[in-house]
Design a protein around this ligand. Structure first.
Ligand code: FMN
Length: 215
């Protein structure tokens, strides 16, 4: 697959089929993940690739509860405001988030990424994104999720048997599966609306009205 196709079309793919992902495909995702940069090249990461149905259902119960907690705290009022404003983008994200929360147990693979000796944990995200791009290149849809570690970190650690005294911190649970829908280019406001030239606030001398890669 063309690199730019992967970059432009790796979307949050929450609605996936229960079909298992072959081991070869999973291996390629994880082997690509560990090619990523890390702070000081220390590679202080671990990945737990969960396919076992019992562990998945344990995670699913925690995810559903965490998603509900997100709605009643950080996202309180967001749904109502989006409906009132006719903000269909936000409504779509929330409804696909609801689908994932309700169907988490049927997602065939969840990869949980852990990091340590990294003050804010951000050093894991290049590896997470590598994994998601490698999944996309093989036709597997992914979603980077974080609600589990925000609302259920201790329970996730217990479920997975993560040692409590070694400093491992979960930073992401990536849901993976073959898409129920179709791939598309991520819609975003034009790039010049978020880029400045040389100094803050100065518009760049160019504009990009349409994505520079499309089908
Ligand atoms: C740091 C981070 C945390 C996220 N956490 C969640 C999450 O917990 N649950 C979820 O359904 N999506 C989560 N997402 C996915 C975003 O909602 C998604 O990337 C965004 O809506 C853009 O989607 P698109 O690329 O398909 O347009 C997260 C994304 C990022 C980057």
């Amino acid at each position: 697959m063309d690199t730019f196709e992967a970059l432009y079309t790796t979307r949050a793919m929450r609605r996936v089929k229960p079909d298992p992902i072959p081991e070869d495909v999973i291996k390629r995702m994880l082997d690509a993940a560990i090619r990523a940069p890390s702070p000081g090249n220390a590679q202080q990461w671990r990945f737990v690739a969960v396919t076992n149905p019992e562990v998945r259902s344990g995670l699913a119960a925690l995810y559903e509860r965490s998603w509900a907690q997100l709605q009643s705290t950080v996202y309180a009022g967001v749904r109502e405001r989006a409906a009132a404003a006719g903000d269909s983008t936000t409504e779509r994200v929330l409804s696909s988030g609801d689908w994932l929360a309700a169907n988490f147990a049927q997602v065939p693979l969840v990869v949980l990424a852990f990091v340590r000796n990294d003050p804010d944990g951000s050093g894991i995200y290049p590896a997470v994104w590598n994994l998601m791009l490698a999944a996309r290149a093989q036709g597997v849809g992914t979603t980077l999720t974080t609600v589990l570690h925000h609302f259920a970190a201790a329970e996730v650690a217990e479920l997975l048997g993560v040692p409590t005294d070694k400093g491992w911190k979960n930073m992401a649970a990536i849901t993976c599966g073959y898409p129920l829908g179709t791939w598309g280019v991520a819609t975003r406001p034009p790039v010049e609306t978020v880029v400045y030239a040389d100094t803050w606030g100065q518009a760049p001398p160019w504009s990009v009205p349409d994505p520079l890669w499309s089908y």
